[in-house]
Design a protein around this ligand. Structure first.
Ligand SMILES: *Cc1c(COP(=O)(O)O)cnc(C)c1O
Length: 356
């Protein structure tokens, strides 16, 4: 067994890199696929639910899968700088991989609408942060325009190398299970990830690595649900800032994934998303960020209604790590104030007996 050195090396023969390409990697990928034990019992249906915990990537989200490829190819092409619009995780990832490569990262973020941990990361990795008084969609438009006027490579998921890197998550799931799941549930924002998973599953099925492909289920926040409404949303709002997107760039690809897989889109109130986030933490010990929990909220609703039938094997992608968004977590647990007691054996003993 050799030391794991990242997803490009692992899936080299399925990615557009050459023998002499300098690989920019932080050993991303190879994230755990964890079977839920308590939540399926609580739902009361016979189903196998696995979560692909992408929050354990180097910068804490699945964006690292795409970024290792995008930055590797940018550097190969001689680029000295990358740029992205971001709801937070893309900027953190771009900043980290730029630091690793020794190039500059410029990130456009919506002022006041990115989670604290993501901002802290991006500052630490020393990206050039440009806050705009506008949302992600506006930032995306600006990035596309400025790239025509300045020597920067866009590393948003409109960069096809991002999709190539991210498709490896589907490979890992099939490699772990020995088959593709019946249903794959994931949050949808800009829709790059649903595009990437579908590409990966199709590629493995075409090459007969596995015999089946999943039904793709894309879930959105009710205030930012263009795929459910069937039209773009101009002022998206949700507590799940990572999917606060109204004009998804991979619109056509996501619809193709839905159509070809026989899947669907659905939307969830912020309260449902936060409840699923708390459930995963409380009953399974898995702390993901709010947007990520939309996948489980969706799976639970569709299992309960029978849309996803008993006997199914389901994978939910948990796109990012809960510790990125401490403010939401503290708000969720506002009633669970820690008790403060005397620093004495007696007082600690009493606190334990009270808490049992
Ligand atoms: C980027 C992101 C999403 C949305 O993924 P898309 O590819 O834009 O659909 C969901 N959750 C988290 C945590 C993210 O960082």
């Amino acid at each position: 067994m050799t030391h794991y050195t990242g997803l490009i090396n692992r899936y080299r023969n399925r990615l557009p890199v050459g023998a002499n390409t300098r690989i920019i990697s932080l050993n991303e990928g190879n994230t755990p696929l964890i079977q839920l034990q308590n939540i399926p019992r609580m739902i009361g249906k016979e189903v196998d639910i696995y979560v692909k915990f992408e929050g354990l990537n180097p910068t804490g989200s699945f964006k690292d899968r795409g970024m290792t490829m995008a930055v590797t190819k940018a550097v190969e092409a001689g680029s000295q700088a990358i740029i992205c619009a971001s709801t937070g995780n893309t900027s953190a990832s771009a900043a980290a991989y730029a630091a690793r490569a020794g190039i500059k990262a410029f990130v456009l973020i919506p002022e006041g609408k990115i989670a604290l941990g993501k901002l802290a990361q991006t500052l630490m990795y020393d990206a050039k942060i440009i806050q705009i008084s506008g949302n992600f969609d506006r930032g995306m438009t600006l990035v596309k325009e400025v790239a025509d006027h300045a020597p920067v490579t866009i590393v948003n998921s409109i960069n096809p190398f991002r999709i190539d890197g991210q498709k490896t998550a589907a490979f890992e799931i099939v490699d772990a299970l020995g088959f593709a799941p019946d249903y794959h549930c994931l949050p949808v924002g800009n829709a790059g990830n649903i595009t990437a998973y579908w590409k990966g599953y199709k590629e493995y099925a075409t090459d007969r690595v596995c015999g089946n492909r999943p039904v793709m289920c894309g879930y959105q926040a009710a205030g930012a649900a263009p795929f459910v409404l069937g039209e773009m949303v101009d002022n998206p709002e949700t507590v799940a800032t990572a999917i606060r997107i109204g004009h998804p760039q991979s619109w056509d690809f996501a619809w193709a994934a839905q159509r070809e897989s026989g899947g669907w889109f659905d939307k969830f109130a912020d309260e449902d998303i936060l409840a699923a986030q708390k459930m995963l933490s409380q009953y399974e010990g898995i702390f993901c960020e709010p947007a990520s929990a939309t996948s489980l909220a969706g799976a639970m609703r569709d299992i309960k209604s029978g849309k996803i039938p008993e006997g199914s094997k389901i994978v939910c992608t948990l796109t990012g790590n809960g510790i990125k968004d401490p403010e939401i977590a503290m708000m969720q647990c506002a009633d669970a104030k820690p008790v403060t007691i005397d620093a004495s054996l007696d007082a600690v003993k009493r606190a334990i007996l009270d808490g049992l």
